[in-house]
Design a protein. Structure first.
Length: 363
């Protein structure tokens, strides 16, 4: 096995939804089970969440538990993936401080992801410095564990490029200590950015347009039956559009060939289903019922596993504590190497002390 290493994670701002699931969680479990990576680190990025929830730390605190439960529910195994809490690794903050000297304020402000998120959060003139410096903090997270691969969404590509720039600059100035990571995107384009059930680009709790991994079967059914489709498809006989039709976007993300003989025997493939809908003669409710059957099949085992973990929250926190201790040991080693390269490991550098001693003795 090669020394390929993954670092990925989520900001704890509430329960995780199916956008998180198809965008990254499902892929993480697949990579974990494949066994091709030597180490996998999954970070609950509470410190990053505090950059825009600084006035409501209780929300972040509660969300850490929710995210941990969702991680375990989807099949992330603490024996094979190290799950940890970002704020419990103080070495990350120190690395961030050093990396800030390697990137200009103008470069961070040009980051398109940062610019978009600042607009979305309506900070106005009150943008926290910590939020602007989020790309630098992310570079510390990635490099602390010498991650070679970072599975992220399309919107995070500028962030990863920022990390790569910092790595190259550090290694050029000091020593080749840091590892330059590569991005890993989902092969299924529909999974890169799943829209909300109302057709809006962003899926969120505030908009009420998200299907959560922990939703009951009844709630999932209700949400799917109320999903946005094609507003021009009024009668069953009307030709329908699949582009921009949320139900079909979800089918692109979740549907597999084996679903048809189980739930929609009239069709052999998604392309055939789409063709009939576009021609006319296929009602939205039939397509929604098909999607619901697929989503229920996917999320039922997740929901059951989550319910089991909810019975012993002490055990969940023990997993987080052990994962954080393991992660901190590794981050501490990287920090030691960084400080050595920067020549600021004063008390470990016997040659420096001896040199200084001789210099002052000669005066």
């Amino acid at each position: 096995m090669s020394d390929k290493i993954i670092l990925t994670g989520d900001r704890p701002s509430g329960r995780l939804h199916i956008g998180h699931y198809v965008g990254s969680l499902r892929q993480r479990v697949t990579l974990q089970d494949a066994g091709t990576f030597k180490k996998i680190f999954i970070m609950i990025a509470d410190a990053q969440a505090l950059t825009d929830h600084f006035a409501d730390p209780a929300k972040v605190r509660a969300s850490v538990t929710e995210v941990a439960l969702d991680y375990l529910a989807v099949g992330l195994d603490p024996a094979r993936s190290t799950i940890f809490i970002q704020s419990q690794i103080p070495e990350l903050a120190e690395l961030t401080m050093y990396y800030m000297n390697l990137v200009s304020l103008a470069r961070v402000e040009r980051n398109p992801t940062v610019k978009t998120e600042i607009q979305q959060k309506n900070f106005g003139e009150g943008v926290p410095v910590g939020f602007v410096c989020y790309p630098v903090s992310q570079a510390a997270d990635i490099t602390a564990f010498k991650a070679t691969t970072v599975p992220v969404g399309e919107d995070q590509k500028p962030m990863l490029e920022q990390t790569r720039e910092i790595v190259r600059k550090f290694n050029d100035i000091y020593a080749p200590v840091l590892v330059e990571p590569k991005i890993l995107l989902s092969a299924n384009e529909a999974c890169l950015r799943l829209p909300g059930t109302d057709g809006k680009a962003k899926m969120s709790k505030s908009l009420g347009n998200a299907i959560y991994l922990s939703d009951s079967a009844d709630v999932i059914r209700e949400k799917i039956m109320s999903m946005y489709t094609d507003p021009t498809h009024i009668k069953v006989s009307d030709p329908g559009n699949v582009e921009g039709n949320t139900v079909f976007t979800y089918l692109d993300a979740f549907c597999r060939p084996e679903h048809f003989p189980l739930y929609f025997k009239e069709y052999d493939s998604l392309d055939e289903l789409k063709a009939h809908y576009q021609k006319g003669g296929l009602g939205d409710m039939k397509v929604k019922r098909f999607l619901e059957a697929i989503i229920q099949e996917e999320l039922e085992p997740v929901r059951k596993r989550r319910a089991e973990y909810e019975k012993d929250i002490y055990a969940v926190y023990d997993i987080l504590k052990k994962g954080s201790e393991k992660a901190r040991n590794i981050a501490a080693q990287t920090l030691s190497e960084v400080k050595s390269a920067m020549k600021i490991n004063y008390f470990d550098d016997a040659a420096l002390i001896e040199e200084q001693s001789k210099r002052f003795a000669a005066q």
